[in-house]
Design a protein around this ligand. Structure first.
Ligand code: NGS
Length: 279
């Protein structure tokens, strides 16, 4: 029973929203590349999404309060597909949610982990979010029972991806999409800030969790299914192994505790809050 593992954001009360989505599949969305793309303003109006990509159910009390943090650069088509897909998906789960897109300014290599830290820091200024989902925009969740909410332990949400033939490539993988409560995230000092370029930052984060005694959890492979949108692979960073090796020395000093960045722009777009950051 996966619902017994959930960490609620709000106490249950009369008229609490239901959490079970009934195992229904978003069958029309199995091939997201071909999914229709609605004008963002029209979509926001049709789905009742507030500026900055916020929504909560109005006919029941939500149980979960979630910030979804998406690091971003130069993937416009994927962003469009993701937004068209994810809002109906999250609404079906009756979540109180808000979506943040954290775009990295040009020049330096992409730093996925640091963008997650920036997303956490900026979201926390706006609202006392209880739960954070950190995920890539090329990952489309295929089963509506994969609740976009937090569990009692940090959760690896994307253990079953089509590009890996729905198998977990290695047991310690903690990449793709993960869910942590604010408390869990703060306990490990967030992500490392030093991983510029592709690879290793998720492995470092997994070690942080292990070192702090967290037992990472997963839902079953039937529930944790994702479809990955096509893109070309990034070349791996040559510094990633050295950064991983020295990682343990930095858990307390490298993370949200020493996070430095500049916000260059902040906009409430119809489907998400957009933050352009220089990291
Ligand atoms: C590992 C990377 C991870 C990455 C994982 C899956 O090798 O960052 O592969 O990558 N670790 C290192 O490079 C040290 S994937 O097959 O999804 O491209 O998440």
């Amino acid at each position: 029973d996966i619902y017994g593992e959930m960490e609620r954001s709000y106490p249950s009360r009369d008229n609490s929203c239901s959490v079970s989505v009934s195992g229904r599949r978003f069958s029309e969305l199995l091939y997201p590349d071909e999914h229709p793309r609605e004008d963002p303003v029209a979509l926001a109006r049709r789905l009742g999404i507030l500026p900055g990509g916020q929504w909560k159910p109005l006919n029941c009390h939500p149980l979960f309060n979630v910030a979804i943090i998406l690091p971003y650069r130069n993937r416009q088509k994927q962003l469009t597909i993701f937004m068209n897909y994810i809002h109906p998906f999250l609404q079906a789960q009756n979540l109180d949610y808000r979506i943040f897109v954290i775009e990295q300014s040009p020049m330096r290599e992409f730093n996925r982990a640091k963008l997650f830290n920036v997303g956490y820091a900026e979201a926390t200024k706006i609202n006392d979010f209880h739960c954070f989902i950190f995920q890539d925009i090329d990952l489309i969740p295929q089963n509506p029972d994969n609740l976009y909410a937090c569990t009692k332990m940090p959760r690896h949400m994307s253990s079953s991806i089509n590009t890996f033939r729905y198998n977990l490539p290695y047991i310690g993988l903690f990449g793709g999409a993960v869910a942590l409560t604010r408390k869990q995230f703060e306990r490990v000092n967030g992500f490392s800030n030093v991983f510029y370029g592709w690879g290793g930052e998720d492995d470092d984060f997994q070690s942080r969790l292990q070192t702090r005694g967290f037992k990472v959890t997963r839902f079953g492979p039937d529930i944790a299914q994702y479809y990955m949108l096509n893109h070309k692979k990034e070349p791996p960073s040559s510094a990633r192994f050295a950064n991983l090796k020295s990682g343990a020395n930095r858990y307390d000093t490298d993370g949200i505790s020493n996070l430095e960045y500049r916000v260059l722009s902040h906009q409430l777009r119809p489907l998400y809050s957009w933050i352009l950051a220089d990291v």
